[in-house]
Design a protein around this ligand. Structure first.
Ligand SMILES: [Zn+2]
Length: 465
């Protein structure tokens, strides 16, 4: 056997091209892309006639709840990466609010050791910015291989465990309050020295606190009351401040999970001024609006919140005109009990790694984007942003042979009972999707077929460059 895998007769999709060719894979890499039949047999042959072949998807924003003290009752890397593989994802970039959190080179190495045996996809890891608490750890974290740094703007942390505190109020014990803007400035300055991206959770904690108090006092409940406590200005005030500081210090700034249409304009203006500012959005902001909240309630609760149709339209426009670089899941599962609480009490976040690509593939069938654009925002762009290109996110000779094969004519109804996440709860339950992922290939190995895993964990830790 000369080749490990031959994927023949497929239609290859890259950001700029659509063409028919066969892909020959050897030692986990793409060895040839050609229309000629090459000498030598292949161990595995996949006939991709009438199918589309795209570079494997990269999910750059995942909370798998893992680590030695992780919240395993919500999720773990075994399940999240399995769900990812079933959903066409071959690389996960794991967020650093694991337990222990990734705030130093040591804790990074601990997480790598903990999740490598459970990894069904390749993975990179984010480093956490805790302000002055770990500012001296940012360069060691870069050297240890983080893909970028995450800063939860406005969040307090537990003084012993460095776990994030949600719903922080002044006077809480054993809590380090959110960094003030002097400390934020120092974070931006230090991350600039690493050359890596600084990604921010952009929500204005002070405005949210004031409005939440007012809305709760009014006695209003329900999704629209919650939206009134987190209007678009809570995103844009932070985005604008961040852009100004990044401009001053030369920091590469990335706006996470954008929900507000106004945010697209701020990012676009910064890009037009030549600043290295990028942004991402998530499938729930592209698929749902406040109107769906009556039906789905806390299932679509996230921070920032799913907003109006007008916001959604501007996110789609920003994605299609290139202002937004990428789509990622912000996979953040919670238990059934947690999600059954009332809207104010239920934690934000939902299991979405497995449905992200299906939602976007379905959106192609509705004319919201093209397959080429899908390939750009889910493969090429995230790989480029995080220093993984062209090893990941591309169909080039010598690239890792990560691929997703799609049957564009298939139609199916999504049933949450078939999810691979630990908690089988999804706002997409019962929805009909057009186009279906039929095979996921990681470094030449078929890891998932027709929505089922066909191999054990073989994922590896990957570092930028
Ligand atoms: Zn997140």
């Amino acid at each position: 056997m000369y080749y490990d895998h031959l994927i023949k007769n497929g239609t290859l999709i890259t950001p700029n091209d659509t063409f028919n060719a066969d892909i020959y894979i050897k030692n986990g890499k793409i060895a040839a892309i050609t229309n000629e039949r090459l000498e030598g047999d292949a161990k595995e042959v996949t006939d991709a006639s009438d199918k589309l072949v795209l570079p494997g998807f990269i999910d750059s924003h995942v909370h798998s709840r893992d680590g030695y003290n992780g919240a395993h009752y919500k999720e773990d890397f075994f399940h999240s990466s399995m769900a990812g593989a079933a959903g066409g994802i071959t690389t996960i970039l794991e967020m650093p609010n694991s337990n222990p959190a990734v705030y130093s080179a040591d804790t990074l190495n601990m997480l790598v050791e903990c999740i490598t045996p459970k990894a069904h996809t390749d993975f990179g890891i984010w480093g956490l910015c805790l302000g002055d608490l770990n500012i001296d750890q940012l360069i060691p974290l870069k050297e240890a291989g983080v893909v970028g740094f995450k800063f939860f703007w406005g969040y307090a942390v537990d003084s012993d465990s460095y776990q994030l505190i949600y719903n922080y109020t002044e006077g809480m014990e054993n809590v380090i309050p959110p960094p003030d803007q002097g400390e934020v400035y120092r974070i931006f300055r230090q991350v600039a020295k690493t050359g890596r991206i600084l990604a921010i959770h952009a929500e204005n904690f002070e405005i949210i606190k004031a409005l939440t108090h007012e809305v709760k006092k009014s006695g209003d409940s329900g999704y629209r009351a919650m939206l009134r406590s987190r209007p678009p200005v809570t995103e844009t005030t932070i985005i604008e401040t961040a852009i100004l500081i990044a401009k001053e210090l030369g920091t590469r700034l990335h706006i996470l999970h954008l929900a507000a249409g106004d945010g697209v304009d701020l990012i676009k203006a910064a890009q037009n001024a030549g600043l290295p500012v990028t942004g991402e959005t998530c499938p729930h902001y592209l698929a749902f609006t406040d109107k769906d909240a009556d039906r789905l309630g806390s299932l679509i609760k996230g921070y920032p919140p799913v907003r109006t149709q007008a916001d959604q339209n501007r996110l789609w426009a920003g994605l299609n005109d290139g202002t937004l670089s990428s789509v990622c899941s912000d996979h953040a599962p919670h238990s059934y009990e947690e999600k059954q609480k009332c809207l104010w009490e239920a934690p934000a976040g939902t299991a979405s790694i497995e449905t992200m690509a299906p939602v976007l593939i379905d959106a192609v069938s509705k004319g919201k984007l093209t397959y080429n654009k899908l390939s750009e925002v889910m493969s090429a762009n995230p790989a480029k942003l995080f220093g993984l290109y062209p090893r990941k996110g591309s169909l080039n000779i010598g690239s890792d042979a990560d691929m997703v094969i799609i049957d564009p004519s298939a139609k199916y109804t999504f049933d949450q009972a078939n999810m691979h996440s630990r908690i089988k709860l999804s706002p997409y339950h019962g929805m009909t999707f057009s186009g279906r992922i039929v095979q996921t290939v990681l470094r030449g190995m078929t890891v998932a077929k027709d929505g089922r895993l066909v191999s054990g964990p073989a994922g590896r830790f990957i570092r930028p460059d």
